[in-house]
Design a binder for this molecule. Structure first.
Ligand code: GLA
Length: 741
């Protein structure tokens, strides 16, 4: 059993092969954090780790207990306002106007498995044996309110999942203004913060900062997790690298406004908290009501960043993503967007689909522009019916024709949005999120539907179901192209307005749940102007996401490399597009574009009718290659080898579960001349297996490839006389272990 309770010291030891997490209940009923790190040997108590000393100016717990001060304890779930001076995890307004709370230990349970927190997405277990859950019940007797802190420890992953749930069992009307999913106090501040900031078309860049005294936070106030900050935070030791050292990764399974805060106090202790952003949250909690926080997934690694990422990858791939496609190699597709944008016309679409089939692809996706009146981004969102002017035969007919070509058919939707020029808006102007009488901000010329209102969700679901029931649809790209503003619902009372951001996301989850349950055979890909909602909450419903609207191969190196910090390769939508690239106007080779896109769910996003016969032949080879190796790529173990954020070259590799097959991607942005020799140290191979390497004559042991490295030196180590390789070079190396004779 990985969770031990020591009654004599009221200590909980949560541990597996990878880490220990130790907390204790003080005699005052306060849960305090003692240790989180590499595994310790189990014992009865670790009380010496409390480190309580008397400090001048401290606020003592009471007159009788002058030595005890909440501001110097490492608290498991702090509340501030009653002695702890750091940011608290909870803010609960009571009828008397006070926000002081006093939650004390009341009891706990330890059970096999992992309880669901539906309707919120969360990691799950397939069998109860996989994990164990500790629930600590805290109680504030003045207001008869219960707070349950949940901790799930997976046996085989270095993973701890946390969440909090509050229940008002008294008679007061409470208002919950903050309920973080977790808080964690660490005893020192010798950490660096690694985060994934970005913007449209340059999502999830890697940034590393040393911690400083005071607060440092990342957040979203945009109504979705956003391009700007991913709901992920990592604390790493200054000397932690990809291959070695200690780090803690935190990932919030949520798609709306979030706050991840790291607070360092002048005594150099570090408090991390993560959860729904309190600024846009105020939740009336009437008698008998509960509020459940989203889940935070914590990963501990003392084997570097790559091991942390691999834990996130395998957990999210197999215990967060769900459905038929979870374990399946993903269909190779052609998406129409960059090929024809909104210029959808039946004859052209069918010709493109035929060309898609001729290339050997498996799925044809009709992107934006197919529905009634959708001639620009100013119109038609909300009216989910086929445009007979564009597709006179209708979607049923079109999808059947596409299937007759041997392809599957996929369709684009943007369910949460509405255009003013739409029948939906004309009939239901009150269904737009807006504050009556006030200016309404526009984003991409469109507006946001009030998904906090179940009638709106039901209306959109019914419209989508009519299409899904009629046409043969195997894939949906679910887009979301603007941030939320003036968030106010005319369907809710003034007191409920602080709930709308969260209830909007619950509405999105409810629609996803309804559609994914009713149509389990449909593969969902989430999207939000590229990667503005690339988060674990979405992965629960849609096992893949469009990584970025930027399809330029050079930029994609950074985007996919940064995304891999948390998210598995099987989740990253990545397509080969035409050159000059539509975002950067850069011309990279077809080989470079495909060698980057192959490390994801692979496809093309261009007009196939414009391809030369030479390009077609090259693409057919790429597709054949992907059909053979996509399982290895999408479900193998991924290693980052060389960072695009640190130089001109990038390298990564995937290794099969039996470690006998591996694929290395090596990319050089600009050609150089007369530079040093190059080697790439590989990882994850069987040390004593002899590997053949494509494009190389020698056979090498796994150990050599890890220790001496794979030689990459080429003509650029001298004068570049004998090569036509210029800028934007990509090489793929396939490694195959030889069977002993
Ligand atoms: C967003 C998506 C694109 C495309 C367009 C269609 O920008 O990210 O991939 O679907 O919308 O309008």
């Amino acid at each position: 059993m990985p969770i031990h309770f020591k009654e004599s010291s009221m200590t909980f030891h949560l541990f597996n092969q990878k880490f220990s997490y130790i907390l204790k209940i003080l005699p005052e009923g306060i849960p305090v954090q003692l240790y989180f790190g590499a595994p310790l040997i189990d014992k009865e108590n670790w009380d010496y780790l409390l480190e309580s000393v008397h400090r001048p100016m401290q606020v003592a717990y009471s007159l009788e207990k002058p030595e005890l001060s909440l501001e110097h304890l490492r608290l498991e779930y702090p509340s501030s306002l009653s002695g702890d001076m750091r940011p608290g995890a909870i803010d609960l307004l009571q009828e008397n106007g006070s926000r002081v709370v006093d939650f004390q230990y009341e009891g706990h349970s330890i059970q096999r498995g992992k309880p669901s927190i539906a309707p919120l997405p969360a990691c799950y277990v397939e069998e109860d044996q996989e994990a164990e859950t500790l629930q600590i019940r805290l109680y504030d007797k003045e207001i008869q309110t219960e707070l349950v802190l949940s901790y799930t420890l997976y046996e085989d992953w270095p993973v701890l999942c946390r969440n909090a749930r509050i229940t008002n069992s008294g008679s007061q009307k409470l208002v919950l203004n903050k309920l973080m999913s977790m808080s964690l106090d660490l005893p020192d501040d010798d950490w660096q913060e690694l985060v994934l900031p970005g913007a449209w078309a340059r999502e999830r860049n890697i940034e590393v900062h040393p911690l400083h005294t005071g607060s440092q936070s990342i957040y979203s106030l945009r109504g979705h997790s956003s391009h700007h900050y991913n709901p992920f935070l990592c604390l790493k030791r200054p000397d932690t690298s990809e291959k070695q050292g200690e780090c803690i990764g935190l990932s919030l399974v949520y798609s709306g406004n979030f706050l991840a805060d790291v607070d360092v106090n002048p005594y150099h202790t570090t408090r991390i908290s993560m959860g729904i952003h309190p600024y846009t949250f105020s939740w009336p909690l009437a008698s008998g009501e509960s509020f459940q926080s989203p889940e935070v997934v914590l990963v501990y690694s003392d084997e570097g960043l790559n091991a942390m990422s691999q834990a996130f990858h395998s957990l999210f791939r197999s215990r967060l993503a769900r459905g038929e496609f979870r374990d399946k190699p993903r269909p190779l597709l052609l998406n129409s967007w960059e090929g024809i944008y909104m210029n959808v016309e039946e004859k052209k679409v069918l010709e493109m689909a035929q060309a898609t089939a001729d290339l050997g692809l498996e799925l044809f996706v009709l992107d934006d522009g197919w529905f009634k009146g959708r001639n620009s981004d100013r119109s038609a969102l909300g009216d989910w019916v086929c445009d007979p002017a564009k597709l006179p035969g209708g979607l049923k007919n079109l999808s059947e024709k596409v299937e007759a070509m041997g392809l599957q058919f996929g369709l684009w939707f943007e369910p949460e949005m509405v255009s003013l020029d739409s029948d939906l808006y004309r009939n239901h102007p009150e269904w737009v999120l807006h504050v009556p009488q006030r200016r309404l901000s526009a984003g991409r010329n469109q507006f946001v539907l009030d998904f906090s209102n179940p009638d709106v969700v039901d209306y959109i679901a019914t419209a989508m179901e009519a299409i899904l029931d009629e046409a043969k649809i195997s894939y949906i790209k679910w887009d979301m192209n603007r941030s939320l503003s003036e968030v106010y619902s005319s369907a809710s009372s003034p007191e409920q307005q602080g709930t709308i951001y969260h209830r909007f996301i619950l509405g999105v989850y409810a629609l996803y749940e309804r559609l994914t349950c009713k149509y389990p055979q449909i593969l969902f890909e989430s999207c939000a102007s590229g990667g503005a909602r690339f988060d674990p909450g979405m992965l629960y419903y849609a096992p893949q996401a469009w990584t970025s609207d930027d399809t330029d191969a050079v930029e994609r190196l950074k985007i996919q490399y940064g995304t891999s910090m948390v998210y598995p390769i099987s989740s990253m939508g990545s397509h080969v597009s035409a050159v000059p690239n539509h975002q950067l106007h850069r011309k990279t080779s077809l080989q470079m574009r495909s060698a980057v896109a192959m490390f994801g769910t692979f496809g093309y996003e261009l007009d196939p009718l414009l391809l030369s016969s030479q390009e077609k032949a090259e693409i057919q080879e790429q597709i054949a290659f992907m059909k053979k190796y996509r399982k290895l790529i999408q479900f193998g173990e991924f290693y980052r080898l060389q960072s695009p954020f640190e130089g001109n070259e990038t390298a990564w590799m995937v290794v099969s579960p039996d470690r006998k097959t591996a694929l290395v991607g090596y990319y050089r942005v600009l050609q150089q001349i007369n530079v040093g020799f190059r080697r790439l140290k590989l990882q994850g191979l069987l040390p004593d297996a002899l590997y053949s390497i494509s494009n190389k004559e020698e056979m090498e042991y796994g150990l050599e490839l890890e220790r001496a490295g794979m030689v990459l030196s080429d003509d650029s180590s001298s004068e570049n006389r004998n090569t036509d390789e210029g800028d934007y070079l990509a090489r793929l190396y396939l490694l195959q272990a030889q069977e002993p004779e």
